[in-house]
Design a protein around this ligand. Structure first.
Ligand code: G4P
Length: 536
């Protein structure tokens, strides 16, 4: 029997958690939108802080030089803030397709996603890839169509694009009036309000309240918009009533439909409504599947899942932080947690919470929250922590790499450092490495080729190891599992050139073409060739 006051408290705390990831194709406005969301949460009090960070003066999300050089966000970060009585955990994701594995892991820690689309560009390549990742978990997605202050595609065209290119129903919950120089505001289809756009209001600091009118029949509509725009809006809304998808909560929650909002992040227009929609519509923490059973967030027992490791965030301190998503129970600073993979208890007195511009010690936290646990290599991606029961949460896999390089040391005396660096970077999930069963140079495997560049740079800057990376003819990999060891031994004898072991010692086969892979799978029926392997 759960104790009643605790149950009431955990229900209350869990119900006010919103943990969501923000995803977009680079340049759609993710950073700008994040900044405005943080402004509303009071997490930052000055616009421009995130931008300054992009230029390298702050270190919140873009930790690495390579990110600044390329203007992309490689690593993910977490920000916690309050809004309207809700505790929001906002998870940033890498914008670049080569880091989709990292994005997938972040999505395992989020209960929903917010997708940003540029109104002039519509759905872009990376939007599609991110959508594929979301689909793997049926993540509920809210869409924000950004940059309405610029000329872009028509709203109907954009909705059609989302439906055709992403294969998801698009249900507009707001509707723009004009765009570019003619952008006049947004009509809130849920509340029948018009928010009038004032380009001067949202620049810089917190926005002024915008003008709100009641319903399409409000006589001030024509005064504010002019007769033509008012008539256009009435016609559009009528059209939508007949042709558009009506918003259906269940379709959104199961990832079949995305509610769509329009606005302009840089002008801070439509952002507050978006945040209100997130707290209103987006799901809070839900039960999660573990090896033994499903775990409800409302259980008294604490459980948490390590979904990301970030090492050396602060070069001066050489730290290594495990990001833990709390799945059930209450976290209290200092509580002892069981680390089941290692079969030992770990202390949590130095647990931290991530605010926009700082980290601070965390006294208590609840399901949905993300806490950081500094550690020296004991925690890996996929690890589960509980107050006792030997649970293991599922759903954080390694993905089979599609790009491979052989690693050569420039200075052969650095072999130990290389081993250490690659081990740590692979535990972080930044790269996978493989040892050929026949010996010889190690191989690095990545889902996206840009990962190699990041690894070479990080090995040099964090471990003082310089490497050369040489191409190989391999372009696919599968983990091998079999009931009988004999079969694996036979395959090893016949194909030793293509066999490697991963960091955990699992046997992996590499292929030079999809055709080769299919043929091998066909021939070796007693062996399972898997494209993913659970991390822990
Ligand atoms: P990202 O994180 O998704 O890569 O996008 P980011 O926010 O960095 O925005 C990309 C560019 O789009 C930036 O311009 C940003 O100012 C601009 N932008 C974002 N939201 C809006 C909007 O609502 N309207 C308009 N017109 N532009 C917007 P930049 O020129 O690359 O950078 P900057 O020189 O403005 O800082």
């Amino acid at each position: 029997m759960q104790n009643a006051p605790f149950l009431a408290e955990i229900k209350r705390e869990t119900a006010r958690r919103r943990t969501f990831a923000i995803i977009s194709h680079p340049d759609a406005g993710k950073t700008t939108l994040t900044e405005k969301l943080l402004l509303f949460g009071g997490a930052i009090d000055m616009a421009g802080a995130i931008k300054a960070k992009k230029d390298g003066r702050h270190a919140t999300s873009d930790w690495m030089a390579i990110e600044r050089e390329r203007g992309i966000s490689v690593t993910s970060s977490v920000m916690n803030f309050d809004f309207n009585g809700y505790a929001i955990n906002l998870l940033d994701t890498p914008g670049h397709q080569d880091f989709s594995e990292d994005t997938y892991r972040v999505l395992t820690a989020a209960d929903s996603a917010l997708m940003v689309i540029d109104s002039a560009k519509g759905v872009e390549v990376q939007t599609k890839k991110l959508m594929d990742v979301c689909r793997l978990r049926d993540t509920p997605i809210i869409t924000f169509i950004n940059k309405l202050d610029r000329d872009g595609r028509s709203p109907l065209e954009l909705l059609d694009d989302i439906e055709q290119s992403l294969g998801i129903e698009a249900a507009p919950l707001s509707w723009p009036i004009g765009m570019g120089k003619e952008f006049k505001g947004v009509y809130d289809l849920r509340q029948a309000h018009l928010r009038f756009f004032d380009p001067q209001a949202g620049k810089g600091t917190r926005p002024r309240e915008t003008v709100v009118i009641q319903g399409l029949e409000d006589p001030s509509l024509a005064e504010l918009l002019g007769n033509d725009s008012a008539a256009d809006l009435r016609r559009d809304v009528e059209l939508l009533d007949g042709a558009g998808y009506p918003f259906v909560m269940e379709h959104y929650l199961t990832g079949k439909q995305t509610p769509v909002f329009f606005g302009s992040a840089i002008n801070n227009f439509g952002v507050k409504e978006l945040l209100e929609a997130v707290v209103d519509l987006a799901p809070g923490p839900r039960p999660r599947t573990a090896n033994l059973r499903e775990v409800s967030p409302l259980e008294e027992q604490f459980s948490g899942l390590v979904f990301k490791i970030q090492a050396n965030m602060d070069a001066a301190h050489r730290d290594r932080i495990a990001f833990v998503r709390i799945c059930s129970g209450q976290f209290n600073r200092g509580m002892k947690l069981r680390h089941h993979r290692l079969g030992k208890d770990i202390k949590t007195s130095s647990a931290i919470l991530f605010m926009a511009q700082e980290r601070c010690g965390v006294e208590e936290a609840w399901p949905g929250d993300i806490i950081g646990l500094p550690n020296h290599g004991t925690l890996n991606v996929g690890d589960t922590l509980t107050t006792g029961e030997p649970l293991r949460f599922l759903g954080i896999p390694h993905f089979a790499p599609e790009h491979f390089r052989r690693v050569y040391l420039k200075n052969p005396f650095k072999a130990k450092q290389l081993e250490k660096g690659l081990t740590q970077l692979s535990e972080e999930g930044a790269i996978q490495f493989f040892r050929p069963v026949n010996g010889g140079a190690m191989l690095l495997g990545a889902v996206g080729a840009l990962q190699f560049e990041v690894i070479a740079q990080r090995l040099a800057s964090e471990y003082a190891v310089d490497i050369d990376l040489l191409g190989t003819t391999f372009n696919a990999a599968r983990w091998l599992f079999a009931e009988s060891k004999e079969q694996l031994d036979k395959l090893t004898r016949e194909h030793s050139d293509a066999l490697v072991t991963d960091a955990a010692g699992h046997l992996v086969m590499l292929f030079t073409s999809a055709w080769m892979m299919e043929r091998t799978i066909e021939l070796w029926k007693a062996i399972r060739f898997e494209a993913t392997r659970e991390c822990a």
